[in-house]
Write a protein that binds this ligand. Structure first.
Ligand code: SF4
Length: 356
């Protein structure tokens, strides 16, 4: 009977994806970048970001020498910004410790910031042809269904079982089967056939031995994450406008939106106008209403109340705290998605042009 690897390799050759921009190369930098961008993000979203990024930073050395602000600006809109900060940091380590040559050992790759076990294995497979198992979110879904493994895949004991299966399913080196094609097959199957909802089991090369398919329980596997109510937080963004420009400040390098440009943030318990006066000696007047914006992080929900205010007194101290940017320039800067949405709302109101 053909092994799972044989079936997958055969299927990938006929039905898999062969023309993604990061395929057909052994360049570990290109492969690393695509793997990081593809974490929590769909291929269709990643493609234009990947192309722009690789054009702007064509090598590890270029990335290592680029200011982090430029890297974040190029990443802006893709979310999960720690990925971009880690890329930048890892590129600097590769430049300093490995003379800009990507390390080949999986252990060394995994020591770089932002690279976990599965990503390290994927880079080692595609760049160096090493035999190693991957286990990203899509592959976990395929294996939990195929082997009928219960329990949330994020749990340590379930992960352990899955890694065991992932290693056991690898093609045999002796059979001369392509590890690259096998690995790509798993990725493709999870992405285009064994999808989260409504998997296309009739097109799947694994259907005859798949437990979830045979037992008609594909909707139950993988087991969902145990539900936890996310805490809710609220905050005020001071959208300070002066001469058609908005004041943005760079957030500290770690934490939420680390290193990105945002409006000044204050507690909802503050009176905005009094706060500006007392904290910055700044006279402001309300410029109009922008509706609140809800944003969900992995560990809490945030309601942002944007207060659009026109500055009517000059203040140098504030100039040092942040940067006054024209709205169009701000949209091109390293800003998080909620700020981008708020700036677009401000532009739509036209209040800034008329009064700012
Ligand atoms: S048969 Fe269906 S559930 Fe099983 S691996 Fe294939 S697509 Fe997924």
């Amino acid at each position: 009977m053909p092994t799972i690897a044989t079936k997958l390799i055969r299927w990938q050759t006929q039905h898999g994806r062969h023309h993604l921009p990061w395929q057909g190369t052994r360049d570990p930098y290109a492969i690393w970048l695509s793997e990081i961008m593809l974490q929590q993000t769909q291929v269709i979203t990643v493609i234009p970001y990947y192309q722009r990024f690789i054009q702007r930073f064509p090598s590890i050395a270029h990335l290592a020498l680029a200011p982090q602000d430029d890297v974040l600006a190029c990443w802006s809109g893709l979310g999960y910004y720690s990925r971009a900060r880690n890329l930048s940091h890892a590129a600097q380590i590769i430049r300093q410790d490995y003379q800009s040559k990507f390390p080949q050992s999986i252990e060394l790759i995994q020591e770089l910031p932002g690279i976990g076990r599965s990503t390290a294995a994927a880079i080692a497979v595609f760049a160096f042809g090493q035999y190693a198992a991957i286990l990203d979110g899509n592959v976990k879904r395929v294996f939990t269904r195929y082997f009928g493994i219960d329990g949330y895949p994020g749990k340590a004991d379930v992960q352990k079982q899955l890694w065991h299966k992932a290693n056991a399913c690898l093609p045999k080196k002796t059979a001369n089967q392509s590890i690259e094609t096998y690995t790509q097959a798993l990725m493709d199957l999870g992405s285009i056939v064994c999808t989260r909802s409504k998997p296309d089991c009739t097109s799947c090369p694994l259907q005859h031995n798949c437990v979830a398919h045979q037992e008609n329980c594909t909707d139950k596997l993988p087991s969902p994450k145990p539900r936890k109510q996310l805490p809710k937080k609220e905050t005020i963004f001071l959208m300070l406008i002066k001469q058609n420009k908005i004041l943005l400040e760079k957030r500290p390098p770690s934490g939420i939106w680390g290193g990105l440009w945002c409006p000044l943030e204050i507690s909802t318990s503050e009176n905005t106008i009094a706060y500006c006066q007392q904290t910055y000696g700044l006279e402001v007047r309300p410029l109009g209403n922008i509706s609140p914006l809800d944003h969900t992080f992995t560990h809490f929900k945030l309601k942002i109340h944007p207060h659009l205010l026109q500055v009517v007194s000059p203040n140098d101290a504030l100039l040092q705290k942040g940067k006054w940017m024209a709205l169009d320039d701000a949209l091109e800067s390293a800003i998080p998605t909620p700020v981008r949405k708020l700036l677009k709302r401000v532009i739509l109101t036209d209040l800034v042009k008329t009064n700012g």
